[in-house]
Design a protein around this ligand. Structure first.
Ligand code: DON
Length: 567
């Protein structure tokens, strides 16, 4: 009897120990001076080293951005584009738009056949899907205007990583393997992502000498090292070889744009986010403004009523996204209306206690949702009080899958983010209207939502995510988990998520998000669910920093391979 009870006590102790280990795992990384959170531990370290040397958050963000192009090639990039939201310690907020642009030779119906049918593969893959890259120009602009150290210093660690190589992790290995057949289509891509034709293994050292040479030229000549000379020639040669559209004139004309952030408030917090050509900031605020009309109790989280309110706010917002959002340089976006509290009140008033069928919100075609691919978000905070939130992308994993021969970097397939034909969904099942139709030099609409939440005018939360159309709802839930449900930042970003994008009229959700009874309650309210690929479904992958009482807490989503590194 006695031995049995000792045994039971030991078992209990063991369970307690395991639980406390798990709880421990749930804790964010804590630091006093600065923090970088990215999808690659190596890249986060590169950023933190810059902070330690006295660089500010912008210096560290640019260093991390270049490092991600080396150590997270499926999304980190120099051949794609991105958005950077900055909040400076002096109180100024700004954003830098380095989204790709449609080439000068682009035209509205470029992805339609002679009968007017949309040919998805033209906008989604290969040279025809490539937008004029913006990342290099955008990062250099940020560094020159808001950084404090030289391009040479911020780019050198990435050059070293590309020359000396770095150890592939499981995630890298699996991604290289998954896309091997795509890489086979282009000898330059196959050469880059295989070990002399064989698959790389976890732990192998991955070297990228051609990418290193490209980065050297950027280090030496800045923008001219990329948009002119040898690299530009190689890029254009590669694109022309397969019948693409980009010319030297496109590269000469590319300029990043500094834009005023989208600013709003939610329960006393100030929200600073990305304006068009991202739909992220506007959509995030439209949902937050709508939800502010409710008050949530701690116990509401995850219940059917909570899910119902969020999903309805998502539905109305994504319907507006489809209709009203596009590049503001080409289309007049009714921004002020969409982010006004008054407008949100009209949405709130339309929400009943049952699901509103999407086709009652506005007309649209039902579409199938495709699995999202890769983008990457990183968050930076420095000891001076500057915060930087960056989301950058090639669009799909490895973009167009085309590595520029001799230059070692991947080109994006961002043209698919345009609405190629009104009513036809893109890779994320998103619909669009005239607002996002293709025009030469226009920027394609994005969902990327790099965001900084301020409390008492000081950075409180730096957050963002990949995930295509699901980015905005992932960021929304990450924020709500902190502001309304007081979760620590690790729990807030790891918690299960769901998503609705108006069309299709279904709730997407991660495995284990809903219990059977919650699901039944939602069904009785009129909802249906998207069950396909539930086992593998991930809704976003948040990278966040929370600053509280002089402590800096960082966390990377359990859904991905990244790391928060602080000092
Ligand atoms: O800009 C956009 O919204 C998309 N190109 C982002 C793609 C993306 O997030 C894929 N990642 N998971």
């Amino acid at each position: 009897m006695k031995t049995k009870s000792i045994f039971l006590s030991l078992v209990c102790l063991l369970i307690l120990f395991i639980n406390s280990c798990n709880l421990f795992k749930e804790n964010p990384v804590k630091a006093k001076n600065g923090m970088v959170v990215s999808a690659s531990e190596i890249a986060s370290n590169v950023g933190v080293e810059i902070l330690k040397k006295g660089g500010n958050a912008i210096d560290a963000a640019v260093a991390t951005g270049f490092a991600l192009a080396v150590t997270y090639p499926q999304a980190g990039n120099i051949g794609g584009g991105g958005f950077m939201v900055i909040h400076l310690a002096n109180g100024k907020s700004t954003t830098i738009d380095y989204r790709e642009k449609a080439p000068l030779k682009a035209f509205r119906d470029m992805y339609l056949d002679s009968a007017g049918n949309y040919i998805p593969k033209l906008s989604q893959t290969g040279v025809t899907s490539i937008g004029v890259p913006g990342s290099v120009a955008g990062m250099i602009y940020a560094l020159e205007k808001y950084g404090t150290i030289s391009l040479k210093e911020v780019i050198q660690p990435s050059i070293d990583l590309a020359i000396d190589g770095w150890k592939l992790n499981k995630w890298n290995k699996e991604h290289f393997e998954y896309y091997k057949d795509e890489f086979k289509k282009y000898s330059s891509s196959f050469k880059t992502f295989t070990n002399n034709g064989r698959l790389y293994e976890e732990g192998d050292i991955f070297k990228q000498p051609e990418l290193a040479s490209t980065l050297e030229l950027i280090k030496e000549y800045g923008n001219d090292g990329f948009y002119k000379g040898i690299i530009a020639d190689l890029m254009i040669k590669q694109i022309n070889k397969y019948g693409g559209y980009i010319t030297q004139e496109d590269l000469d004309k590319y300029k990043p744009v500094e834009r005023k952030p989208i600013i709003g408030s939610y329960r006393g917090y100030k929200i600073v986010s990305m304006p068009p050509p991202s739909s992220g900031g506007i959509a995030l605020l439209e949902m937050l403004n709508t939800l502010e009309n409710y008050s949530f109790d701690k116990n509401d989280w995850g219940g059917s009523d909570y899910v119902h309110k969020l999903v309805e706010a998502m539905k109305y917002t994504y319907a507006d996204r489809t209709e009203y959002l596009g590049d503001p340089d080409f289309f007049s976006v009714p921004k002020d209306k969409l982010i006004s509290k008054k407008y949100a009140k009209t949405i709130f008033e339309k929400i009943t206690d049952r699901a509103t069928p999407s086709n009652k919100i506005t007309h649209g075609k039902f579409t199938n949702f495709k699995e999202s691919k890769e983008t990457t978000h990183y968050s930076v905070y420095d000891k001076f009080g500057n915060a930087v939130s960056v989301t950058t992308t090639l669009n799909s994993s490895f973009g167009s899958r085309i590595v520029v021969e001799g230059a070692g970097f991947l080109l994006n397939n961002e043209m698919d983010d345009f609405s190629s034909k009104p009513g036809e969904p893109n890779i994320y099942g998103l619909l669009g209207s005239e607002a996002n139709s293709i025009q030469p030099e226009k920027r394609m609409l994005s969902s990327m939502t790099p965001t900084i939440v301020l409390k008492d005018e000081k950075p409180y939360l730096v957050i963002g995510s990949p995930g295509g159309s699901q980015i905005i709802t992932a960021v929304l839930q990450g924020i709500l988990n902190v502001t309304d449900f007081k979760m620590n930042i690790k729990q807030a970003i790891d918690a299960p998520r769901f998503h609705n994008q108006w069309l299709p009229d279904k709730i997407f959700y991660e495995k284990d998000t809903f219990s059977k009874s919650i699901k039944n309650e939602l069904v009785s309210l009129g909802y249906s669910f998207e069950e396909e690929k539930l086992d593998k479904r991930k809704i976003g992958m948040l990278a966040a920093i929370l600053i509280n009482n002089k402590n800096i807490f960082g966390a990377f989503d359990k859904r991905g391979p990244g790391k928060a590194v602080g000092y």
